[in-house]
Write a protein that binds this ligand. Structure first.
Ligand code: CA
Length: 225
C-alpha cells in the first residue's frame, strides 16, 4: 500500500528533524522545507498528501502557503503554531487550515492529528494505531475502548478526552488545554461539562483511572504497564 507523503515546513532545525523522524518511524514518507520559497507551488513536492506548516517562517508567512494550498490544491494542512499565538491559529483556520497543533507537542499527539485529518479527508492508507494505558486500550481506528479486553462504551466526547489524556500520559493536561483542544470541531466544551465527562469516565473505568491535579488539570493513571 502506498504511504502518505507528508511535507513539513518548519524553520526550527531540531523540531523539523524530530517530526520527520516520528513520521518516518510511523511509516509515512516525510519531506521538508525550512523556509518559504517561491513559487510556493514548486516548494511543495509533487505527490504531497498533507502539509505540516509552521506560520512564522523566514522568507514569508505560513498564511501564504495556506492560501496557495486552498486555492490551487486540495492538500490538507495542519498548522503547527506556538501556544500563545491564538490569533494566528484562528486566522489559519479561517483561511482553511484543516487542523492545528500547538507547540510543544508529543509525537503521539502529532501522529493522532495527522490520522484524524487523513481520516476526514477519506485517505485510507493511514497506519492504524492503538493507545494503551495499563489495562485500557483505545483503538484510534474504530474509536473503541476496552479495559482488560472488555468493551467500554464511550460517547464521542469521552473518547476524545481519554485520547488526549492517553497521548500525554506521564503529565498533567491542564483544564484549559482540554477545553481548547476539544472545543474547535464539535462545538464548545465547557468547564462544567468537562467535569461531568470526567465523572462518567471514572465511573466507566475506575475511580483511579483519571487523577485530578487540583486547580491544574487531569492526568491519566499510569501504572507502568
Ligand atoms: Ca518558526
Amino acid at each position: 500500500m502506498k504511504t502518505l507523503n507528508i511535507h513539513i515546513v518548519e524553520d526550527e532545525d531540531q523540531l523539523r528533524e524530530t517530526m520527520a523522524l516520528a513520521l518516518a518511524e510511523e511509516g509515512y514518507c516525510p519531506t521538508m522545507s525550512q523556509d518559504i520559497t517561491y513559487p510556493i507551488k514548486r516548494m511543495i513536492p509533487k505527490g504531497t498528501d498533507l502539509v505540516l506548516l509552521d506560520l512564522m517562517l523566514p522568507g514569508g508567512s505560513g498564511f501564504e502557503v495556506i492560501r496557495h494550498l486552498k486555492q490551487d490544491t486540495n492538500i490538507p494542512v495542519i498548522v503547527v503554531s506556538a501556544m500563545d499565538a491564538l490569533d494566528d491559529r484562528i486566522k489559519g483556520l479561517d483561511l482553511g487550515a484543516d487542523d492545528y497543533i500547538t507547540k510543544p507537542f508529543s509525537a503521539k499527539e502529532l501522529l493522532a492529528r495527522i490520522r484524524c485529518v487523513a481520516r476526514r479527508m477519506g485517505m485510507t492508507n493511514v497506519p492504524s494505531q492503538e493507545l494503551t494505558c495499563g489495562s485500557i486500550r483505545l483503538n484510534l481506528g474504530d474509536r473503541k475502548a476496552t479495559r482488560d479486553g472488555e468493551d467500554v462504551p464511550l460517547t464521542k466526547r469521552e473518547f476524545e478526552i481519554m485520547e488526549l489524556l492517553a497521548m500525554n500520559r506521564g503529565r498533567v493536561v491542564t483544564r484549559e488545554e482540554l477545553l481548547e483542544k476539544l472545543s474547535d470541531q464539535e462545538g464548545e466544551l465547557t468547564s462544567n461539562s468537562l467535569d461531568v465527562h470526567i465523572y462518567n469516565l471514572r465511573r466507566k473505568f475506575d475511580p483511579e483511572t483519571i487523577q485530578t491535579s487540583r486547580g491544574i488539570g487531569f492526568q491519566i493513571c499510569d501504572d507502568g504497564s
